[in-house]
Design a protein around this ligand. Structure first.
Ligand code: ATP
Length: 328
């Protein structure tokens, strides 16, 4: 495809932060610099567009950040951008700085905002999937997912040590309101007895049957990994119901919470972020608009933002089946 000119771009991080957003930012800024495109960083996501919080960035402004978690640009959930007036202000600031394209690093909410902005004002947008949930269609992995997964796995390993020592049952909650990728994969990797995810309708009876079977086979401690969005009614209720059914069990609940968002990005996330940040700038140069850069089967692909938002990556049913076979 013939390279066309994009003269000035702005990049921001938005929605929930994820490890590797900095690596993506670094890749965007340095790729832009390589191709002599002026690059502005916008602080606090859409709020920065509205509040005119732009700063010119060059290769040195992104030094020493590839290994840092969080996002140096900061992130925000902007209510004002959901209003027409807010987006109008954002547009005026883009015009003021002569911005002709936005690189939007975030999740599906961020992409919804970008799509509306593009439709209303014609400013080109390209998405880079940065979210720990891995729930975005058009990429095998999202930036931050691998790190969050490893953080969850390491935490569960530590919980297992104490569970074993005291013959306890632990219910461990991991992030994932709508998607069970972290729960399923960290659960398999840490040898969980059962894994409860939003995509699968479990019942307490099934869970109790699994406990019974594991007891018969001589297990004295167990870990059950629970995604935030599981369908059984909340981790504390599940723990209470289990205690009622098995009064002899010593049951504990652990919520991993925000530690899953933090920390230095894994190698896989740094490489993914570097490739997608590069891909976003090159995509804009090639005339891509209102698409998301993603990696599928190790290839850089562009998926219309509309499709990335509407569709969802499916949980691997085979993996689910394997987790059940290996747990007992
Ligand atoms: P994560 O998946 O990690 O939570 P996200 O990008 O989905 O990340 P959201 O808070 O859902 O996080 O979205 C980020 C921001 O995008 C919102 O705070 C809002 O400013 C903007 N946004 C989301 N949906 C819309 C919309 N329908 N119209 C305009 N702006 C939107």
């Amino acid at each position: 495809m013939q390279k066309i000119a994009v003269k000035k771009i702005a990049v921001f991080t938005s929605g929930g932060d994820s490890p590797g957003m900095n690596a993506a930012l670094r890749a965007v800024v340095r790729t832009a610099n390589f191709y002599q495109i002026e690059c502005y960083g916008v602080r606090e996501g859409y709020n920065g567009l509205i509040n005119d919080d732009f700063a010119k960035m060059g290769p040195r402004s992104v030094r020493n950040i590839i290994n840092q978690g969080g996002t140096i640009l900061k992130s925000a959930r902007s209510l004002e951008f959901k209003t027409k007036e807010g987006r109008q202000k954002a547009y005026e600031n883009c015009v003021k700085h002569g911005i002709d394209a936005l690189v939007c690093i975030g999740g599906d909410g961020t992409f919804s905002g970008a799509k509306i902005f593009n439709e209303e004002f014609g400013i080109k947008v390209i998405g880079v999937p940065g979210t720990i949930d891995n729930d975005i269609f058009g990429t095998d992995n999202t930036i931050g997912y691998d790190t969050a997964l490893n953080t969850a796995m390491e935490a569960i390993d530590k919980i297992r040590d104490t569970a074993t020592s005291h013959s306890r049952v632990f219910f461990v909650e991991v992030m994932g309101r709508d998607a069970g990728f972290i729960a399923l994969n960290s659960g398999i990797a840490s040898g969980a007895l059962d894994i409860l995810i939003p995509e699968k309708k479990d019942s307490l009876e099934e869970l109790f049957a699994t406990f019974r079977k594991s007891g018969e086979r001589g297990k004295t401690s167990s870990i059950v990994v629970v995604a935030e969005g599981e369908q059984l009614g909340g981790i504390y209720d599940i723990a209470r119901a289990t205690k009622t059914e098995f009064p002899d069990y010593d049951i504990r609940v652990a919520i991993l919470g925000h530690i899953q968002r933090g920390g230095s990005p894994s190698c896989a996330d740094r490489v993914l972020a570097s490739r997608l940040g590069f891909g976003a700038v090159v995509g804009l140069m090639e005339g891509q608009n209102c698409v998301m850069a993603g990696m599928r089967s190790n290839k850089l692909v562009y998926t219309p933002i509309e499709e990335a938002i509407r569709k969802h990556n499916e949980i691997d049913k085979e993996l689910l089946a394997i987790s059940e076979i290996l747990a007992i």
